[in-house]
Design a protein around this ligand. Sequence first.
Ligand code: PMT
Length: 221
Amino acid sequence: VTEPDLKGRHVVVSAGGTREPLDPVRFLGNRSSGKQGYALARTAAARGARVTLVAANSALPDPAGVDVVPVGTAVQLREAVLKASADADAVVMAAAVADFRPAVYAAGKIKKKDDQEPEPITLVRNPDILAAISADRVRPGQVIVGFAAETDDVLANGRAKLKRKGCDLLVVNEVGESRTFGSEENEAVVLGADGSETAVPHGPKEALAETVWDLVAERLR
Ligand code: PMT
């Protein structure tokens, strides 16, 4: 039996991976399936929250009773998260957001020219959504949670990222081509700005989601 400990709360979850277009047919993207973010949305709804799920390019079906806002790029994800978080009690950024996007969007398909080396792709920085919402809290007491997808020095990188981003909780998970991305399971350490560390053993993405909401609910109380 799930306790409705998030009843009366509005939570915002981002999920999936942003795609940064180069031209009408190509993009720079990542391997996020959206499964971890959707598990967070489902479990929050089951605990009584009103849930806004900002979903970037996920093929998963809309979870029942959740308000889904589909987005494509990091800039679109930022707009949707800022709008939804204006009255949110908690924001959880599980989406894999591209740090950079192509500087130029070609209106027509980029053509390969025979006997010519390919053109390099110039990138520009995308806004850091998690750092921005952590620095400018729109509501006192709002709890902000980030994720850190790391391939090496997982915990050390996670601790540094928690400081840099300024969020209350950071879920550190290890990723690889077929690790965490797209799988049904995850394994993580949740770092708190208060110095706490909560290890979540390998298991369904729902189990990690429940631990995240336990820690959020504690901080909202
Ligand atoms: O979707 P799945 O297949 O289930 O995979 C789950 C997952 C691996 C995508 C998920 O568990 C995860 O780790 N999500 C975060 C991926 C990521 O972008 O990590 P990062 O270390 O690059 O970014 C750190 C944090 O800053 C994240 O909360 C991210 O949402 C946020 N960010 C990053 C860049 C940016 N420009 N703006 C941001 O807000």
